[in-house]
Each structure stands twice: as C-alpha cells, then as structure tokens.
Ligand binder design. Structure first.
Ligand code: ARG
Length: 460
C-alpha cells in the first residue's frame, strides 16, 4: 500500500514504480525501521497522540512483526511495497487496523530513513570492529609463530635491508589498528538521533527528542532539522573507513602474492585459499588475495559515488539521497568479507624460512652496514656511501656477497676496513643494531608483539 496517493488521480507507471522503489535493497534495514518505530510510538504517546494502551498495542504488534521478519526475512522484499518504511507501516495496519495509521503522526520518511541508516551503520560497525580485531589477532599470532624468520625488506621492490616476517606482520597490525580506531570515531560521531526532524522543518508536536534519542541508544538528538534529514556524512565516513582499510588489505594481499610467487617462494598459501587452473595442472593460484586486491576498486568506487551524489544537492531531502544505500551495503559487505578472508589466509600460511633468509642475505642488503662501519672508522658518511658503492660493484663483478670479500679486496677500495668487518655484515648484527623504538631488533619486536597481544586481549 502506497503511503501517499490522495493528491493523485492517475496510477504510477509500472516502469516508474520499478525505478523509484527501494524495497529491493532497503529491506535490509527492516529491523532498524521497526526499532525506530517503537521509539517513535513512545515519543508520541508522551505528548498525548497515543494513549498508553494504544502505544502498548502498537509496540506489541511491531515486536510481533520483528519476530516474523527475523524468522523469514524474505517476506519483506516479497511484499511489493515501495520501501521498507511502507512495508512496516502497512504490516502494522494489517495487524492492528486503523490504530496503525496513527503511528506516522509528526514523522516523515525523511527523518525515518536518516534514523534507520544511522542505526544500521551503528550495528554494522560493531560487527566490523570484531572482524578488524580478528584480523589483527591473526597477524599478531603469525608474528608470534614466525618470530625469528628473517625476510628481505624492500624499497622500490628492490631488496633494501633485511627485516623479519614478524616485523612485516605487525606493520599491518598497526594499519588495521588505525582502521579500528577510525570505526570507533565514525560510530561516535554518527550517534546523534535525527528522529523528530520530520520532513525538514522539525516535528509539529512537542516531542522530547532528547528522551527519544536516549531511548534508541543515541548519545543525543541532532540540533538542526534541515541538517538532520540531509546529512549523509556518516555514510561518507564509513565508506572512507572502508576504502582506507581496503587499501591496507590490498597492499597486504599484494605483498603476499609477491612473496608466494614462484620467483620469491618465501611463503606458501594453503590449499584452502588457493585454486587451480583448468588448463595448467601445476598451478596453485592466490585467488583469495587477488580478489581482495580487486575488490578494493569497487569499495573506493562506492565512496566516490556517494561524494558525487551529495555534492551540489540543495537542502534538505532530495530523492537522490536514496542512492546512498546500495553502495554502502555493498562496500560494507565487501570490506567485511575481505577482512575475514585475509585472516583466513594467515591461519595456515607456511613460511619457507630458508628461501626468505637466503633472499634477505642476497641483494647486497647489508651494504648500509658497511657504510656505517666506515663511518665508525672515521670516514664521512657521504664518502663511505661512495666507497661501499664501489665495493658492491666489485662484489657483483666477482659474483659474490660482500661478506665473502677478503680484507685485502676491501682495502683496495678503502684502507679503513680491517678484520672486524665480518661481524657487522651478519643478519644478527643488522637486527641487533636496530633497537630504537619501532626497529627490527629482537627485543623491540618482542615488545611490540606483547604490546599488541595485550591491547587485543583488553579489547575482549
Ligand atoms: N526510500 C527513501 C530513501 O531511501 C525514503 C525516504 C523517502 N522520502 C521521500 N520524501 N520520498 O531515501
């Protein structure tokens, strides 16, 4: 049943109805719409629109509807209504007759939909926070499991300096931790209730909006009705949180795809998260990670779409705003699935310690150590840098690593080198020296892993 029609003599064109109706996707907010409606019934009872008995009957019928849609969510979309708000109201009228028609007093679908979306985002953020936390846990647990595995570290995708697998894993734990904090901040900022703003100018009944807000679990009521019904900042923020986090996930995926490649072979993904080729029997492809990387574009696209939809929209509500939902739902689902998949990939990942360590030793990644060594011997750094460059060229020409050069060979290029040079060229020495906060030394990485474990344990 349409919620309007009195002003119309002709029926809506079928094609327009299909174009206009939002039930197909906004049915996802049916629980929020029912909860918001119960809140509103109390608010208008308190100003005498409903008697306490009428409100109780409405609340009971709405709770009944809630159980029905929980038991069979399909009934919502199958109802053929214009949108979720029409579905709830029509269902209510079917249950309690004319009394159901009183519920919409002083309310508009504009403040109703704004409230529903906020309630939906708030609930979804709780779930997303859990998934982000699980991924952080998976990273920290992998860091713990492979604590001493040395990995090549890259800049420009050239082997630069050795790091450890743990250090790499907790780098991503840091990123996802910021994603978690971003979700908390988005959730906090959106938690102001627009209900009672009506169509745009505020409800014409002296409703206690602060009480209503508290009733629905909001911190407070919004302060301006025009803003309340047209604000979609929280959707932009959640999409931005999703996009930033997907960028983190995509880089994580790309790193592992590279490490898992035949060329590197530093890690091996489990059979559970890889797939084969229909043609080439030898293949085991990192589809899980490629899909995470691929889906990132889609989520960023939804953020862009929301921003562009809202730009240049006149106050207050315009139907353009109905376009806020499909992208939001898809982005949240995609982000969620990607977070869970990333955690799954880490669960059974194998590290090929020997290959990683050999690569970490190769590529002259201890050249910086040699330059620092010369500095200690009194050579100015810029000069040391040049001398070590020449040592690397020489070692390449001899097809051997720096640590296999003899003291005589070193001294041909710089007489500052003596026997004690070999100690500083080992992986152990490289790690041990980087003991300032955030560095790769054993103690620092241990400290960081423990810190993260503690923080995640506190999160519960
Ligand atoms: N389906 C609409 C939306 O998602 C609900 C609000 C309708 N408001 C209106 N004035 N037609 O935005």
């Amino acid at each position: 049943m349409a919620l309007w029609g009195g002003r119309f003599t002709g029926a809506a064109d079928e094609r327009f109805k299909r174009f206009n109706d939002s039930l197909r996707f906004d049915c996802r907010m049916v629980e929020e719409d029912i909860v918001g409606s119960i809140g509103w019934s109390k608010a208008i009872r308190d100003v005498g629109i409903l008697t306490p008995d009428e409100q109780a009957r409405l609340e009971q019928a709405l709770n009944e509807l809630l159980s029905e849609v929980r038991a069979d969510p399909e009934i919502v979309a199958a109802s053929g209504e214009e949108d979720v708000h029409s579905f709830v109201e029509s269902s209510l009228i079917r249950k309690v007759g004319d009394l159901g028609k009183k519920l919409h007093t002083g309310r508009s679908r504009n403040d109703q939909v704004a409230t529903d979306i906020k309630l939906w985002c708030r609930g979804e953020i709780d779930l997303l926070k859990k998934s982000v936390t699980e991924l952080e846990r998976a990273l920290v647990s992998a860091a713990r499991r492979f604590q001493d595995v040395v990995f090549p570290g890259y800049t420009h995708l050239q082997r630069a300096q050795p790091v450890t697998f743990s250090h790499w894993a907790i780098a991503y734990a840091e990123m996802f931790d910021r994603d978690y904090l971003r979700l908390c901040s988005t959730q906090k900022l959106l938690n102001r209730c627009p209900l009672g703003s009506a169509a745009l100018a505020g409800t014409a009944y002296p409703v206690d909006r602060e009480k209503l807000a508290k009733d629905l679990g909001f911190d407070e009521a919004t302060r301006n009705s025009l803003d309340s019904v047209s604000d979609r900042d929280h959707i932009m923020e959640l999409l931005s949180d999703a996009s930033i986090s997907m960028v983190h996930l995509s880089r994580f995926a790309e790193d592992l795809i590279f490490y898992n490649s035949g060329e590197c072979g530093f890690v091996e993904l489990s059979d559970g998260v890889t797939s084969g080729s229909s043609l080439m029997p030898q293949k085991k492809n990192p589809d899980s990670l490629e899909l995470i990387r691929g889906k990132t574009g889609r989520v960023i696209g939804h953020l862009t779409a929301m921003l562009v939809t809202a730009k240049a929209l006149p106050l207050a509500y315009d139907k353009d705003l109905q376009e806020d939902k499909e992208g939001l739902f898809d982005a949240v689902d995609t982000w969620h699935a990607s977070l869970d998949m990333a955690a799954l990939v880490l669960k059974d990942i194998r590290i090929r310690t020997d290959r990683a360590e050999t690569a970490a030793k190769g590529g002259y990644s201890n050249a910086t150590e040699l330059a620092d060594y010369l500095v200690k011997k009194g050579v100015p750094f810029r000069e040391a840098h040049g001398l070590v460059g020449r040592m690397v060229v020489y070692a390449i020409s001899q097809n051997k690593p720096l640590e296999d050069m003899s003291v005589e060979e070193f001294r041909q290029i710089s007489p500052a080198v003596s026997d004690d040079v070999y100690g500083i060229l080992t992986l152990d020495s490289v790690r041990a020296k980087r003991s300032a906060k955030g560095g790769i030394s054993r103690e620092r990485v241990e400290e960081e892993i423990s810190f993260l474990e503690k923080r995640l344990a506190e999160r519960g």
